[in-house]
Design a protein around this ligand. Structure first.
Ligand code: M6R
Length: 608
């Protein structure tokens, strides 16, 4: 989704903005632009294509001198990606300039009204309406114009705004789209995400919905939508800038896969105390946990896949009924939430629009929501009733790996906590689960160290047309994620199927040589999985199997086997997903794809 960076201070603004935008490239974009005040007027440069084009156009910012400016990377929603539709947008005299992340839902009505008043539009975007509406309301007082606009626009927005008549100030405002505000000795910043400004400051403020921020070179002030000043406490970012750099790896995705042992440890260990599980963040007493009758897990994409695994683990270990929903479905299906239900939303970014809406829907119905979130201070983290952070650190690659692994750990911990209070596992079983949990980081490390084997195998499939993933139970959940990893970065068509379901239609797609990846980590389902492998093999499929070490019987059916170390059957996802992540990664690398920034995708999906 779109990225915003703004700066006002004592340094040249353009290089800082370009640098900040480069740290937001992971969000996905198709064009980029900047508006810089040069001492007399606002200069605007924008272009379709990668940030590199804008850098070349402005000689790395040198042709746009000035100490205040706003910049933007656009992920097209309204209007095709082209120069005109790129941001910043501006009024006819180019005295008011705007960058925007989000969607102005009532832009057509507003645009028609402005056209009737004589305004002319040059772009197809919803954002241009904001620039023109600001012009309409601007009578010399920027705050007044901004607050009037806020009362008229509907939808989601993070806006950076400049007025040529107020060159010593920048303005920003947000509603349901992320925005952080930073302050350093050299100036003040706005950005869609912390990595964009981390090089310059660790002191950030999180803007709440409809707060207006006025930034000067040496200070900033928050206001309510009614222009009342607000006092806000800054937050210090603990992680360092290197955490958001590639550190010698070819891609962020590879680096993040390699960070998984640490991510798992960081998410797990603070919650293991004296061989017990302590999740203080839940803010629920054991009796309250024991009284939960049903759990609803709601999420999107990989976080949803983690939720599907969560269902099997929670139901298996804690014997508690779990329903898992895609957030985009949950929010509009009038879900039945009965007394005693608990809602869990899962999100890496904490900004996914559908997941946030599902959270709000649940809260509006009077249900408490637990958020499993990675980004500290994100919207979901702030709006959930309780929050369990996955301590994965910044995840930059669009395809999630380490955050997904951390989400699994959070769900295992919850399942074990519920199991303990509901007394569905014996002490012996509980201790064995803890033992296996603690071993996961080193087992993941071992699987990562075998990457060459997967790489060689992946190279054989860079020309594949279709690749299928099958599995039963938790193995189906693993297959869903393995398939998504592959298709989102390699653009190879892939589907995941519950292994027993393939023969109800999809098996007709299997041709001579089609790769079918069969995940088989659940001992009680080994034989069933082998039967399903044999079915597709008989239709010409080549079978890659991922199974537990020791299950050599699988070699009778599979053509190629990757073994994962022994663990408790409920934790197998954490291990089996590693070769599948590596497989997707190396197929994409082999095809020469832009692994970290796959086409059409955004890291944080802040529109529905
Ligand atoms: O930030 P979130 O976890 O809420 O994001 C959810 C999905 O958009 C995300 O998992 C997406 O599917 C990833 N590209 C998967 O790699």
């Amino acid at each position: 989704m779109c990225g915003i960076v703004g700066y006002i201070g004592t340094k040249q603004a353009a290089p800082i903005i370009l640098d900040g935008l480069s740290k937001l490239e992971y969000r996905g974009y198709d064009s980029a632009g900047m508006a810089i005040y040069d001492g007399e007027k606002i200069n605007i440069q924008k272009s379709v294509g990668r940030l590199k084009v804008l850098e070349e156009l402005t000689h790395a910012g040198a042709t746009m001198p000035g100490f205040a400016g706003i910049g933007h990377t656009r992920w097209a929603t309204h209007g095709i990606p082209n120069d005109v539709n790129s941001h910043p947008h501006f009024n006819a005299q180019a005295t008011i300039s705007v960058v925007h992340n989000g969607i102005i839902e009532n832009y057509i009505a507003l645009k028609n009204k402005l056209i009737k008043k004589g305004y002319q539009f040059v772009s197809d975007t919803d954002t241009e309406v904001v620039a023109q509406l600001l012009d309409y309301y601007y009578k010399g007082n920027p705050m007044e114009a901004i607050t009037k606009v806020l009362h008229r626009v509907e939808g989601s927005y993070a806006l950076g705004i400049m007025f040529a008549e107020y060159p010593d100030q920048l303005f920003a405002v947000r509603k349901d789209s992320p925005l952080v505000v930073g302050k350093s000795e050299d100036g003040c910043f706005i950005a869609s995400d912390v990595p964009a400004i981390l090089k310059y400051t660790r002191t950030v403020y999180y803007a709440e919905n409809q707060e207006v921020i006025q930034l000067f070179a040496d200070r900033l002030q928050f206001y309510t939508v009614d222009e009342e000043p607000i006092e806000k406490e800054p937050v210090t970012i603990e992680w360092d800038a290197e955490a958001a750099e590639k550190a010698g790896y070819e891609h962020f995705m590879l680096k993040e896969m390699y960070e998984q042992p640490k991510t798992v440890t960081d998410t797990l260990m603070p919650r293991l105390k004296n061989n017990d599980i302590v999740i203080d963040e839940l803010q629920m007493r054991d009796e309250e946990l024991a009284a939960v009758k049903k759990i609803h897990i709601v999420a999107c994409g990989s976080a949803y896949h983690a939720g599907v695994t969560g269902k099997y683990v929670l139901e298996g270990i804690a014997r508690i009924p779990v329903e898992v929903d895609l957030a985009s479905e949950f929010r509009y299906r009038n879900p039945i939430l009965e007394e005693g239900a608990m809602v869990i939303v899962i999100s890496q970014s904490g900004e996914t629009a559908d997941t946030l809406a599902a959270l709000r829907e649940s809260k509006a119905r009077g249900f408490k929501v637990l958020g499993i979130v990675n980004v500290v201070g994100s919207s979901i983290a702030r709006e959930a009733d309780s929050i369990m952070y996955t301590w994965a650190g910044p995840e930059i690659a669009v395809a999630t790996t380490k955050a997904y692994s951390a989400q699994l750990i959070a769900l295992y911990l919850l399942a074990m906590k519920f199991a303990k209070v509901r007394k569905t596992v014996s002490e012996e079983e509980f201790n064995a689960l803890i033992f296996d949990l603690k071993r996961l980081p080193e087992q993941i490390e071992l699987l990562l160290s075998n990457k060459e084997k997967i790489q060689k195998f992946a190279n054989r499939y860079i020309g594949a047309k279709d690749i299928f993933f099958i599995g039963r139970g938790i193995d189906y959940a693993i297959s869903l994620e393995g398939s998504l990893k592959l298709k989102e970065i390699s653009y190879i068509h892939s589907e995941a199927y519950a292994a027993g379901e393939l023969k109800h239609g999809t098996i007709s797609l299997i041709e001579e040589g089609t790769l079918v990846t069969a995940v088989s980590t659940q001992p009680d389902l080994y034989q069933k999985s082998i039967s399903n492998m044999v079915e597709v093999k008989a239709r010409g499929a080549f079978i890659l199997a991922v199974t537990n070490v020791g299950n050599t019987e699988i070699e009778k059916a599979a053509d190629y086997v990757v073994y994962i170390p022994q663990t408790n059957q409920y934790f197998a996802n954490s291990l089996a997903i590693i070769p599948l992540q590596l497989f997707g990664y190396y197929v994409a690398v082999g095809k020469g794809c832009d692994v970290d920034k796959p086409r059409n995708l955004a890291k944080s999906v802040t529109v529905e």
